[in-house]
Ligand binder design. Sequence first.
Ligand code: NAP
Length: 290
Amino acid sequence: MARVAFIGLGRMGHGMAGRYLDAGFTVSVWNRSKAKAEDLIARGARWATSPEDAAIDADAVVTMVADDNASREVWLTKDGAAANMKAGALAIECSTVSHQHALHMAGVLGARGLIYIDSPVTGLPDAAAAGKLTLLVGADPADLELARPYLEPLSTTIRHFGAVGSGTVYKLINNLMGAIQIAGIAEGLAIAEQAGLDMKLVLEAIETGVAASPQVIRHSKRMAERNFAGATFTAALRQKDAAYAVALAESLLSAPPIMGRAAVQSYDRAKAYAPDDDEGKMIEIVSRPK
Ligand code: NAP
């Protein structure tokens, strides 16, 4: 059976690694903190002592870690996954990283005879655990075909945007647009609250109005109710994605990305306030009365 190494067992990665066990792959796992691996080990995964150990005999290595820095750590350090992978093995980056980082990794790993593809995802942790993610892939078409057996257990939809890095471009614009919407909802709701509007009516009007989107509907309800139970996506991760997207915008556009920069500022504040809490908690800062 094909061998998969899965690295990064956070909210998303834990469920994704479990999908490979469900599908009958031979799975080795590594996470910075071992506790998150215990139940996967009980289900048959091999605990690896380092990313290098996890990856050494793998046909595909899949990473799902926080950001560029974490990705560098798990791939490229002395005991990183790339240190001893077999030639021709797949290196599948599901983490949301910067565009520059994805291109850099493709170059470095490609020079070592590995096939790097970027495959960031959309979907919440429950979709990750159920194999219902959408994958946003940047890869040569032939490399995507090689990777497909390792992508299918994770997903219901695979969107191939083009060459390496292009999946990350789409992921970053998707999350930047989300960041702008969520920061906008916080301000809109805060104004309504301080102006004394009936918030039940406000939510009803939002849900059926032209400004609604799945994102707006989900977050407006949680924000209005101050219900952040079961944080799925943190302020720190959203800030990171928005900042990566703005850096990409600045590299491509002559006009300054004003909206994106404002979203980054909103999330700088949210991250300083509660980095590991739900991104929607920014309403608590924004809604303070004058
Ligand atoms: P998370 O729960 O915070 O998990 C982050 C993972 O990265 C953990 O395994 C963590 O290890 C690891 N990590 C962080 N810094 C590291 C470092 N320096 N070296 C090694 N490992 C490190 O985050 P998540 O929600 O699963 O998100 C993972 C990725 O998916 C992120 O790129 C995020 O933007 C993206 N994403 C998330 C969602 C979502 O809804 N949550 C949706 C789509 C995409 P420890 O466990 O030891 O801390």
